[in-house]
Design a protein around this ligand. Structure first.
Ligand SMILES: *[C@@H]1O[C@H](CO)[C@@H](O)[C@H](O)[C@H]1NC(C)=O
Ligand SMILES: *[C@@H]1O[C@H](CO)[C@@H](O)[C@H](O)[C@H]1NC(C)=O
Ligand SMILES: *[C@@H]1O[C@H](CO)[C@@H](O)[C@H](O)[C@H]1NC(C)=O
Ligand SMILES: [Zn+2]
Length: 341
């Protein structure tokens, strides 16, 4: 019967329109980058061969060594702090990165005036757009014990250095480049408050706003509190949920390809409330942010037990692997496996 056929056709059409509009709304979200979300961008997705090739570049020994080098007492203004700062700066200079320091002196609670030094490393200092990653390299001061702050945030900073080492020969394009920022003074000296915390990130965001540099940041991925066995990341910032979703997908693809050791996902597309961290001065200025902080704080958080030997390298390696896929895809630097020997 023609009438029935028409009805079925209409139904099919409605379903198609519905699916298309859902996909489109997702895609719009997926592509929004840049300050005020004004740019649209969708990188070419990695294929399985490229993912396997990239996974094969992993360097676990380097990761462990790097975590060990940073997991020392490094309160702002102490010798340990200088040691870690010099280590990070030299490390990236050796890999041919452009490294700059953002210095400023400020009076803080408990201590007198201290000098903070953010480390800003650019793969290509002349790029017009940046995918920015951040971590904080200072450790919190405790009167009663030595705090090594492995998960907070030696491991996140080590993941960034490890990434720079592993991908050193993989960057192809220069119009979007990678930037690594190692923030100073994230921790409070006394009780955490708006004034006593986030010293480095507040300074840098304000400076870059003045100089128009915030407009060059596509996306800022902040890492914090990583290294415990039960680490899990959730969708804590709605604006960038499309990009967070890509991390979830990449981890799933790696798992399906049999590349991952763990049986469980660490990136979960579940809503969660966000917590204050170094991204705040940037989100306040409308820079899109993915905040990768363990949804469940490590059991060793702000305790003497937050040391390198308590770091779970299986989960940490998995985080690093997913992030490297994300970076290579974002920078359109996918290795050409066809010509790979
Ligand atoms: C974003 O908005 C701010 C404040 O309204 C403005 O100063 C800046 O130029 C905008 N940047 C872009 C890239 O849209
Ligand atoms: C997030 O989205 C809301 C609503 O579209 C917008 O008002 C806000 O400025 C956005 N924030 C950032 C950091 O882009
Ligand atoms: C890490 O994974 C390996 C291989 O599956 C396993 O033998 C080891 O016990 C795991 N280590 C930790 C700390 O979970
Ligand atoms: Zn802390």
């Amino acid at each position: 019967m023609p009438c029935k056929r028409a009805l079925i056709a209409l139904l099919c059409l409605t379903i198609i329109v519905l699916i298309t509009s859902i996909c489109q709304s997702f895609h719009t979200n997926f592509r929004a980058v840049g300050r005020n979300g004004t740019l649209r961008y969708e990188p070419t997705e990695l294929d399985l061969g490229q993912m396997r090739f990239l996974a094969g570049l992993s360097d676990s020994e380097n990761l462990r060594r790097t975590v060990q080098r940073i997991s020392i007492k490094r309160v702002v203004g102490t010798p340990g702090h200088s040691k870690v700062r010099n280590y990070i700066v030299d490390y990236l200079k050796k890999l041919d990165w452009n490294v700059e320091l953002d210095l400023f002196t400020q009076k803080v609670p408990i201590k007198s005036a201290v000098t903070f030094q953010n480390i800003v490393a650019r793969q290509n200092p002349r790029a017009q757009r940046y995918l920015m990653f951040g971590c904080h390299y200072d450790s919190k001061y405790f009167k009663d014990f030595d705090f090594m702050a492995a998960t907070d945030s030696a491991v996140p900073c080590a993941l960034l250095l490890n990434m720079a080492t592993i991908l050193r020969n993989q960057f192809h394009r220069s119009d979007i480049s990678l930037m690594l920022v190692f923030f100073d003074g994230e921790e409070a000296f006394g009780e955490w408050s708006a004034e006593d915390s986030l010293y480095g990130s507040r300074h840098l965001a304000e400076l870059w706003e003045k100089h128009g540099l915030l407009d060059k940041i596509d996306l800022f991925v902040l890492l914090d509190l990583i290294g415990a066995r039960d680490v899990v990341f959730k969708k804590n910032i709605p604006n960038t949920s499309g990009w967070f979703h890509r991390l979830v997908q990449l981890e799933k693809m790696l798992f399906q390809a049999g590349i991952l050791r763990l049986e469980r996902p660490l990136f979960k597309f579940e809503p969660s409330t966000d917590v204050d961290d170094d991204h705040l001065p940037f989100t306040r200025r409308n820079v899109p942010v993915i905040h990768l902080i363990s949804n469940k704080y490590p059991a060793v958080w702000h305790l003497a037990e937050d040391v390198e030997k308590n770091v779970d390298y299986n989960t940490t390696e998995q985080v690093g692997l997913v992030l490297r896929m994300f970076v290579m895809e974002y920078l359109n630097s996918a290795p050409n496996t066809v010509y790979q020997l």
